[in-house]
Structure formats: C-alpha cells, structure tokens
Design a protein. Structure first.
Lengths: 122, 181
C-alpha cells in the first residue's frame, strides 16, 4: 500500500489536506452581522444597528409586526400572519439570516459589511 | 455479425478508448445504484479508469474516455442535458485540465495518487463554479465546500491508490478495472 505512494504524492496529500482543513474554519465561520434590515412590502423601512437594543413596529397589510433587536441579535416578536413562521424562527444571529412574515409582507434580514447576494427568489 | 458495407476505420487506440469508456460507464452506473448519504458525494470510481488510460495511453485518450463516460452514463441514466449532466461535464472538463497540468510533474516523484487528488479537487471546483454561475448564485453554496472538499480528497486518495495498484501489479495490457473492495 505504502509503496504505491511516491514522495510527491505525500506532498500533494499534505497540501491538499491542509487546504481542506483550512476551509472548515474559513467557510464555516459565521460572518458577523452589524445591522438588521426591516422591509415592508419589499421596501426598506428601517436599518437598525445591532449594537443597540431596539424594538419597532412595522405596519403591513394585516396589521403590525413587532421587531426586536437585543444583544447583537434580532427577531420578529409578534406578527399577525396566520402561520407565524417568522416568529417561530426565533433569534437571527448571522449575516444573511432572514425571517419573512407572509402574508403580512414584512421581512427582517441581518446584513454584514459585505452584501453576499443581490436577491433571493423562491 | 452481419457484414456492413460501410466500414469505419477503427484504430487500435479507438478500440482501446471504446473499451475503457465502456468500463468507465459501467462503473458510473454501478455507482449511481449506491445510495449516497449526502447528495453530491460520490466516489467517482470511473476516474480510476481515466487515471489508468492517462498513464498508459496519454492525455488524448484519457480525455476521450472521460468525456465519453459523461455522455454515455448520462444517456443511460436519463440525465442527458439535465443540470446534473452539465455539472458532471463541467467537473470532467476541469479535472481533465488538472490532469493535463499534472503531466508536467516529474513522474519519479508524483504518481497516480497525486493526479487523482488534483483531479478530484478540480472536479469539485468545476462543479461548484457551474452551480454558482448557473444554478444557485448564492453564497450559501460555500457552506458545502469544506464537506465536499473533504470527500473529494478522501475519494481522490482511494481512487489514486486503486489506479496505482492496478498500474503496478495489474496485467501489462488491458487492465480490467475492478471496483476496489
């Protein structure tokens, strides 16, 4: 088995293993979010910095959604939408995390310094 | 066998490429039947055949075998021209490019295992590039990279060892590639 590997193969294996190993902390690390973007009917109604605690109400077609920012995290506290998916999603912590309240058309998204994509469609 | 009027000249290399491509397609089909715990992670046993052909017959034959394998296996699996087919094709093209580049490595130091590792990682890179550019232009795809790269490395080593073993101890002509188990 070992004689099938030539010296350079060990080198290739070591470098590749190093790169693969390095990719874990590099790509699985959480990008820190620094603000919460609140949208209603697709328009941005507020950008809340995560450094301070806030609470805000956003009006949608069904009623008011309540959004809270606390200790660098954000969540939808309450929402009139029937299925409550966005409320049950709980705290959002990572840049790119998003809670969408439908049909109240309110969304809460965490953003970091770099925008990683322009749009999402489902 | 009925005698055909049209006789296509098949050289020795043509026949060899056809035979090796058939073996590679068979391995692809066998592999498709193995349930994978994670979609997208496959051992890529057909690459053993490509590595053998590369080392015995050179790059041109290896490229033929690899591309015939992609087209042939996709026709048999019914995925021809589907997104999966293009991912497979993209992976095959980038891994061929990597294999072409490894030809310039000194043979004394770098064997099939190096070729296999580099080809496996290039294959992953090609597939991810296509997935990113065409199917899912979302950074979330990067979260898959570490796990997929680890799998590619592992299977790259195993396939390389299999190819090295077959080249080392196999019969001189017409190695019959067998799944290693």
């Amino acid at each position: 088995m070992l004689r099938l590997l030539r010296p350079g193969d060990w080198l290739t294996l070591a470098i590749a293993a190093l790169l693969v190993g390095a990719s874990f902390p590099l790509l699985w690390s959480r990008e820190l979010a620094d603000r919460a973007v609140v949208r209603s009917a697709g328009r941005i109604v507020a950008e809340l910095p995560l450094s301070r605690d806030h609470s805000m109400r956003v009006a949608g077609p069904l009623g008011e959604s309540v959004i809270a920012v606390e200790r660098g995290r954000a969540r939808v506290v309450s929402d009139p939408s029937p299925r409550q998916y966005c409320v049950r999603q709980g705290w959002l912590e990572r840049a790119g995390d998003i809670a969408i309240c439908l049909p109240n058309q309110v969304s809460l998204e965490l953003a970091g310094r770099s925008r990683r994509y322009d749009s999402l469609s489902y | 066998m009925t005698r055909s009027v049209i006789e296509l000249e098949a050289t020795r290399e043509d026949r060899h490429v056809a035979r090796m491509a058939a073996a590679a397609i068979a391995l692809s089909l066998a592999e498709a039947a193995i349930p994978s715990p994670v979609p997208g992670i496959k051992p890529g046993l057909a690459n053993i055949v490509v590595l053998l052909v590369l080392s015995r017959w050179g790059f041109r034959a290896a490229a033929w075998v690899s591309l015939l394998r992609v087209v042939g296996a996709s026709l048999l699996l019914g995925s021809f021209l589907s997104p999966g087919f293009f991912l497979s094709l993209g992976g095959a093209l980038t891994s061929l490019a990597a294999l072409g580049a490894t030809r310039s490595l000194p043979e004394r130091w770098f064997g099939p295992v190096s070729h296999s590792i580099l080809a496996a990682l290039a294959h992953l890179a090609g597939q991810l590039a296509i997935a990113w550019l065409w199917l899912i232009p979302h950074a979330g795809i990067l979260y898959l990279v570490p796990a997929l790269a680890a799998a590619a490395l592992g299977f790259g080593v195993v396939n390389g060892l299999a190819a090295a073993r077959l080249l080392d101890g196999g019969p001189e002509t017409e190695p019959a590639p067998q799944p290693t188990s």
